[in-house]
Design a protein around this ligand. Structure first.
Ligand SMILES: C[S@@+](CC[C@H](N)C(=O)[O-])C[C@H]1O[C@@H](n2cnc3c(N)ncnc32)[C@H](O)[C@@H]1O
Length: 255
């Protein structure tokens, strides 16, 4: 099937590993198959995967151009209804068996996954599930070349510590979007510390975990004030951000 897309949604489709993990998780879903919501459906590709498993699929997309593509792509599927709306303003009338919501971004900071799920979860049956089911975030100390917040898309950096899990979320839980944590990381080499690397692993279901992919949570590099460190030093760092409010909300510091 040929999909009409916007340039951004075309890049999302080209990341076939991203599509594969969502396809597998939807294929493995084997519970009640009445109604699924696809929140932030983009070009409609995940709704297309859902269409053969569910009696009804309701697909919601805020961006008008993407909505037009999805509406056209899925026009021949009588059980799929595509709606142009911000999920946060949509009046849901029915409870779903499954919510698929791919508004993911590294540590969920720059996209609305958490505000959208906190709202839309009220329209999930008690037995309902969410794909993906959650995420795990890790942090490492780094020396990075660019001194501003950026995603890991080829810029060089040197890792100065082991990787440590600092937070994890199950999307069925109520999640406070205002996040703060502090952690002690042990340097594994001498060097000039000037940043943190955040990596997000996506738990599609109990069996499928996706590491960072080009269009799914590429690692995020965040500056810290420069500090010369030595192997075995413990570095105590704090981080705060608001999930859904963008990378401008990130604050870091030493403790
Ligand atoms: C990462 S894209 C994923 C698109 C598609 N689900 C896929 O997997 O190819 C996230 C989509 O969510 C949409 N979106 C973001 N916030 C939204 C909101 N509050 N309500 C509806 N759509 C939203 C964006 O416009 C974008 O198309």
């Amino acid at each position: 099937m040929k999909f009409k897309t916007t340039p951004y949604h075309h890049d999302l489709l080209k990341d076939t590993d991203r599509l594969a993990v969502f396809y597998e998780a939807i294929e493995q879903y084997d519970s009640n198959t009445d109604l699924a919501y696809d929140l932030g459906c983009g070009s409609g590709v995940l709704s297309y995967f859902l269409s053969s498993k569910f009696k009804e699929v309701i697909s919601i997309e805020a961006d008008f151009k993407a909505f037009k593509c999805a509406d056209e792509n899925l026009a021949n599927f009588d059980n799929v209804h595509v709606i142009n709306s911000d999920v946060l303003e949509h009046d849901f009338t029915k409870k779903a068996d499954l919510i698929v919501c791919e508004m993911l971004d590294t540590a969920l900071i720059d996209e609305e996954e958490i505000p959208v799920l906190n709202y839309a979860k009220k329209f999930l049956k008690d037995s309902g599930i969410i794909i993906p089911q959650g995420i795990v975030n890790t942090v490492e100390l780094v020396n990075m070349q660019r001194h501003h917040i950026h995603w890991d898309e080829g810029a060089k950096y040197d890792v100065l510590s082991d990787e440590m899990v600092y937070s994890q979320f199950n999307f069925l839980d109520d999640i406070n979007p205002d996040f703060e944590a502090d952690f002690k990381l042990k340097a594994n080499k001498d060097g000039m510390l000037n940043g943190l690397k955040i990596t997000t692993y996506t738990k599609l279901n109990d069996e499928i975990i996706a590491g960072p992919l080009p269009m799914l949570n590429p690692p995020l590099l965040i500056p810290l004030d420069e500090r010369q460190i030595k192997v075995n030093d413990f570095i105590h760092v704090e981080i705060k951000y608001s999930m859904g409010k963008g990378i401008e909300s990130i604050k870091t510091g030493y403790l």
